[in-house]
Write a protein that binds this ligand. Structure first.
Ligand code: ADP
Length: 521
């Protein structure tokens, strides 16, 4: 506008002011401002948008207004005050009108801000704007308008009066400036407490304050507390729900685990039953093997036995023939001697067959106190023909007292037979042939060592000795069961067996069995 020809011309030549009036009126209508007017260098209104209204500014002198002087010095003016002509408050923004770098006048636009206040009121807000002197210029609270935040100093009051900024207004103080100067907090105005916040308005020296009644705050606080309580309750409910679910899941997991363990138990029980069955079967097989081993031994011994029995039979036959002759010749006095000899021979045969019977007897499986020395006696009696045939000498070293173990006589004899027979076999081409049997005891065990003068055992034989069907003998001579059966029997009686070569190159079999204390067979 300051550059418009009508405007500058009207200032230079007041008689052309009507053109400017019309122009200003037209622009003002379009802009929606309260008024638009131009002043000459003396501050007199040359033309105004409200030229044809009773409140027309035309001819009025506004040289007292600070905005006029600001623009006259080439700056933009900004001023809020009550219009001296209209009596209505407004914001005056002014701009210098220059020509050839000289300020020849000032153009002013007046804005009325009642609408803003109206909006605040309609929205039920408590808002106000204070100028740099602390005078409330705009507010939603009608009775606070033109009140000051702090009492004005006489100097400021004089300046304001001089500017005719708020003519006819008392500018009484609300006396709350100090509290409001913090920018935000709590303030008491007219006995009412407010929570407030404030911000400077950019481009001006004004500050806008927004207030909320503490009653409302308390109400809201109550509501917030209620919401917080409800929310808290809901959180607790959620936590309880989650806990409940967690417990449920845990118990489900436990139930699953329990079922798993139960299934495992059932499986284990089944496995144990099967294991027991297998063990029984194995025991049966072992018994069979013992039996088979014995039969094999019988087979081998049969020749020796036949030889042993043949001798007394021949003798008996001879005694019988001579007895018959004696009867025929009537020499009955010698008959008694003959019959005694026959009787002792049959006794001897009975002893041999008796041993064989014991040997072929099947184990009862019942454990009882067994004297190891008696078991050895029986075994040696049984093997006597073989020992004699092989011309093998025998040495025994043992305590005088019985050596009692918790076992089964037949099976203990089987152990001894197996070891001694193997020794005899091993010494087949050795000279001299000697078997040493040592029985020694300690606090808990009896140790029986059977050594021979054979060639001993090779490294490989030592490692496979107790394996079933391991044999170094020719087919028909051995089946490789003797030592494995022996091993099983010794273990059944809670003992152990091991074999090694002696210093004199022969083999030693060492059987260790737990002693049965305080009992004799
Ligand atoms: P078998 O007598 O039928 O061969 P064993 O299990 O009784 O079966 O013996 C296995 C093997 O152990 C024999 O073939 C033999 O090689 C070896 N053995 C056993 N006792 C002796 C011993 N006193 N000296 C040397 N070798 C032995």
């Amino acid at each position: 506008m300051a550059r418009q020809q009508q405007v500058t011309r009207a200032i230079e030549d007041h008689s052309t002011a009507q053109d400017a009036n019309l122009y200003l009126e037209q622009v003002n209508d379009q802009s929606g401002a309260a008024a638009l007017y131009i002043l000459d260098r003396s501050g007199e209104t040359v033309a105004s948008s409200n030229w044809n209204t009773p409140d027309s500014f035309v001819g009025e002198d506004y040289s007292f207004r600070p905005y006029f002087n600001q623009s006259l010095s080439g700056k933009e003016g900004f001023f809020f005050g009550i219009g001296v002509t209209t009596g209505r408050a407004g914001l005056f923004i002014s701009h210098p009108i220059s020509q050839h770098d000289t300020v020849i006048g000032v153009v002013v636009v007046k804005l009325e801000l009642e609408e803003v206040e109206q909006n605040w009121q309609d929205a039920g807000e408590t808002v106000f704007v204070a100028d740099k002197d602390g005078v409330i210029t705009l507010t939603s609270q009608g009775d606070w308008k033109y009140k000051t935040l702090s009492p004005l100093s006489t100097f400021d009051r004089a300046r304001i009066e001089n500017n005719r900024q708020y003519p006819g207004r008392e500018l009484a103080s609300l006396d709350v400036g100090k509290q409001l100067s913090k920018g935000s907090g709590i303030v008491a105005i007219d006995g009412q407490r407010y929570l407030f916040d404030s911000k400077p308005i950019k481009g001006s020296a004004w500050r806008i304050f927004y207030l909320t009644s503490m009653d409302q705050v308390t109400d809201r606080q109550g509501a917030v507390m209620l919401i917080a309580i409800i929310a808290g309750g809901m959180i607790i409910l959620v936590i309880l729900f989650l806990r409940e679910r967690e417990l449920k899941l845990a118990s489900q997991r436990e139930a699953l685990e329990f079922a798993r363990i139960q299934a495992l138990n059932t499986r284990l029980e089944k496995e144990i039953t099967e294991h027991r069955k297998t063990e029984e079967e194995l025991r049966g097989t072992q018994n069979e093997l013992v039996q088979a081993g014995k039969l094999a031994a019988l087979g081998q011994m049969s020749a020796a036995i036949a030889h042993e029995i043949n001798q007394p039979i021949t003798a008996i036959r001879t005694f019988c023939a001579s007895a018959k002759l004696m009867i025929e010749r009537g020499k009955t006095e010698q008959l008694d001697q003959n019959i005694n000899q026959i009787s002792s021979l049959t006794e001897r045969m009975g002893a041999i067959t008796g041993q064989l019977k014991t040997f072929s007897r099947k184990s009862t499986g019942v454990l009882e106190p067994v004297d190891l020395k008696i078991a050895l006696d029986n075994t040696l009696q049984l093997l006597k023909p073989q020992l004699q045939q092989e011309e093998c000498t025998l040495e025994r070293h043992e305590p005088d007292t019985p050596i009692v173990v918790h076992a089964d006589l037949v099976r203990i004899e089987q152990i001894c037979v197996n070891i001694i027979r193997n020794a005899l076999d091993a010494m087949e081409s050795s000279s001299p042939k000697r078997i040493n049997i040592d029985l020694a005891t300690n606090d808990t065990d009896v140790i029986m060592r059977i050594t021979d003068t054979g060639p001993g055992m090779k490294e490989e034989t030592l490692s496979l000795l107790f394996d079933p069907f391991f044999t170094t003998k020719d087919p028909g001579q051995g089946v490789g069961l003797g030592l494995s059966v022996t091993y099983g029997i010794v273990r059944d009686f809670g003992g152990s067996i091991k074999a090694y070569n002696t210093d004199t190159a022969g083999a030693c079999f060492e059987v260790r069995l737990p002693l049965l204390k305080g009992k004799t067979s």
